[in-house]
Design a binder for this molecule. Sequence first.
Ligand code: URA
Length: 260
Amino acid sequence: MKAEDARGLNHVFLDQEARNGLRELMLRARQPAVKTKASVRPVTAAVEIHGGGKVERLENLRKQAEGWQAAIQLGTLREKMVFATGNPDAELMLVGEAPGYNEEKEGEPFVGPAGQKLNDILRAMGVRREDVYISNLVKFRPAMPRQTTNNRKPTPEEMAACLPLVMAEISIVQPKCIIAMGGTAAEGLMGLEGTVGSMREKWHDLKGIPTRVTYHPSYLLQSGASNQVKRFLWEDMLAVMERLQMPVSEKQRAFFLPKA
Ligand code: URA
């Protein structure tokens, strides 16, 4: 532009096409850099599984999770790592999304109100919390500005960062059946998209392990949760019980059915 300046020219003529192009560039520059699910690259950091029995291998994995750089370096998760709870020899593994306020405080998944609801569901199935293996896809509580007791859903990047850890847990525990609790867990574990309603009522394959998707227990705590949603979740549990060849009583079969 120096020659133009020297000639006293301070305008440039832009035709309509050039103006549209510039407007597009300006609009794009103003967009925050939000990554879509498709643009989140899988995390390739390798988990090292060593040790003899399952307890030792899970303990080694827990130590690796504490310093898991793929998650820590995102800078969007809180510091404390919350691993898993339950029986390493369990036939049933349940996976939620991420620890919340209560779980971070106690250092254990599903101990807050959603955890109490999960305990109720397990009790109705005739199993104790200690008999199953309970984990989360994301091992650190997602951070928020001015955070107190409020929680947020993990982002696709946070889920991708922690995926190798939960996959390693699955390969150590080798459950006969997995339940993904809520759409976020189903999305992070199996790349499913859509509503829980569209993911449930069928068996999915997660590394050769039959996996069922159902509603997150916290969904049942919402004031609007209808008996129909409770019945849907219970039908998913009945399908799991049948798959695991657990006894199912007539009373259990009738839970949340409309009274005749
Ligand atoms: N919700 C989850 O998904 N996981 C927990 O551990 C608690 C609440």
